[in-house]
Write a protein that binds this ligand. Structure first.
Ligand code: SF4
Length: 272
């Protein structure tokens, strides 16, 4: 299967015709955020298709590639999905968002994936259009490995949740990109928190490296340890023992002031 074209969204006026910016979505729906600083809040999720990482614990492999169809919830929280052809346009997203945006229901809009910053050029055009329609804050969920994409989108964002990839858990190494992305958020004074997925295989040196990286930019920044949710009992990536988690939190609190442990609450609730 081909990996998603990462820059499918730039407007074009070849042959005198304006091509509308488009992007591939996986789904749009209303749900309770189950991770990190916003846990328990109600969000409209706009999930973009395509991811250039291959984390060993990934529970969203269905987002890795461009699908022909995306799934759009018609009424907030009712899971009455309607299939729609990809790629989608900005006016379509504005219309679907308008249906979701009932007065007082949502706390924010989650831009998620896959890796939403693969669609930075599209987001740069989409977000100001959404802002004319609703004042709901924008929250970006990213792997923190596309600082150049982040630069485009950052002026429109209210908060960022960044998954720092621990090599011993994810199989990915992106320390320089993580550092650059965190510095950009710090300089722009956009609220940011970091999330570390931890498993039985987590290497303490990775945790220490991540915490030192965060503390060098802002020692008060909230760092979330998220025990991996096992995909199945035979999967090679399993959650760490409670004793290990207690030890790691204590050690990390010597480096960062705010270290919280929060599992994926939406999975516990059996929510999408
Ligand atoms: S960044 Fe997210 S979607 Fe991509 S492979 Fe990792 S966990 Fe999966």
């Amino acid at each position: 299967m081909p990996i998603l074209n990462h820059h499918p969204t730039t407007p074009d006026s070849a042959n005198g015709e304006t091509v509308l910016p488009r992007a591939n979505l996986v789904e749009m729906f209303s749900a309770i955020q189950g991770e990190g600083l916003n846990v328990g809040t109600r969000q409209i999720f706009i999930r973009f298709g395509g991811c250039d990482l291959r984390c060993q614990f990934c529970d969203s492999a269905h987002t890795w590639f461009a699908n022909q169809i995306c799934h759009i919830e018609q009424s907030p929280g009712l899971r009455d999905f309607s299939p729609q052809p990809n790629p989608v346009t900005i006016p379509q997203i504005l219309d679907w968002l308008n249906r979701q945006d009932q007065v007082g229901l949502h706390d924010s809009i989650s831009l998620t994936g896959g890796e939403p910053l693969l669609h930075a050029t599209f987001l740069e055009q989409l977000l100001p259009r959404i802002r004319k329609q609703t004042l709901l804050p924008f929250y970006l969920e990213t792997g923190g490995h596309h600082p150049q994409g982040l630069i485009k989108v950052l002026p429109y964002l209210d908060s960022v949740g960044m998954d720092l990839k621990l090599p011993s858990v994810s199989g990915e190494i992106h320390w320089d990109e993580h550092r650059h992305s965190l510095e950009l958020c710090h300089q722009a004074q956009v609220e940011v928190f970091c999330k570390l997925i931890i498993s039985e295989q987590t290497d303490w040196q990775d945790l220490k490296m991540a915490a030192q990286l965060v503390a060098a930019i802002n020692p008060t920044l909230a760092l979330f340890l998220q025990p991996v949710t096992p995909l199945n009992p035979r999967h090679p990536v399993q959650p760490p023992s409670p004793e290990k988690v207690l030890t790691w939190q204590a050690q990390l609190k010597q480096i960062c002031q705010q270290v919280r442990v929060v599992p994926q609450t939406h999975k516990i609730m059996g929510q999408r």
